[in-house]
Write a protein of this length. Sequence first.
Length: 308
Amino acid sequence: MSVWIEHCQGRPTLLVVDDQPINIRILNELFRADCDMHMATCGEQAIAISQSLQPDLILLDIMMEGMDGLEVCRRLKSDPATAAIPIIFITAKDAANDEALGLELGAVDYICKPLNPAIVRARVKTHLTLKMQGDYLKQLASLDGLTGIANRRAFDLRLAEAWSHACREGETLSLLMIDIDYFKAFNDHFGHLEGDQCLRRVAGILADSVNRPYDTVARFGGEEFACILPDTDAPGALKLAQRIQHNIKQLAIVHPASDVSEVLTLSIGIASLKPTIGGNDTQLITLADAALYQAKSDGRNRVYSQTT
């Protein structure tokens, strides 16, 4: 499996759930060279680890004291946060009806004890490969094909998630709307190929300017970009906007067709608010759009902040 692992983004994460230490040791020995291994010895522990860790695959014994594997599977599949994690049942049971029940609950495969190492490794490799391929396709679907940052669909999903989280936690949510000044004139002067390269370089600057992993930089459309900033107040959002302005000027992309500078510049609108239950994330987009419009109306190459 090592050759296959080299083609994955990092090592897969494997959760082994069994109340017999000997079985855990056997499976750990089989996969520790290729996977990040995690163990659980009861159903409650397995569910807690799955929710926090989000493993790539779960090897789950059916016959356990207390909550059995079937109930663990049922609970994991009923929770949106863990429903997509593939589960392989490992058990001494081999009756057809037991296998059918496990598959009906959402398991992807069924391996019987005593374990055959070659069979176990082959099946785990198969399902980890399918999981990684699925993750890769999901990632591609969320990226803008030209710039490589989040696309509009991913922006909409992540803003909705950030809004819901801010509602629950009572936090401030900020949004930056960013527009390249006189981009049409840039395209007309240099051509669309150079314009595409310009968009890629701006996207790179935005991604490099954002430091926190839970912030989102996205291409909103055309030459317009956006930054979703959870748990960020107006002064914090302004600080980031000023850093972006500084970094884009340091890039020094020549723009002879601009009316405000000899190099490429940005106009940035900032909106910050505390979301409330019953509100809608479009409110934040509307505020940020209005702030961006004001920044452009005031002469471009500037930041305008709007809060509620």
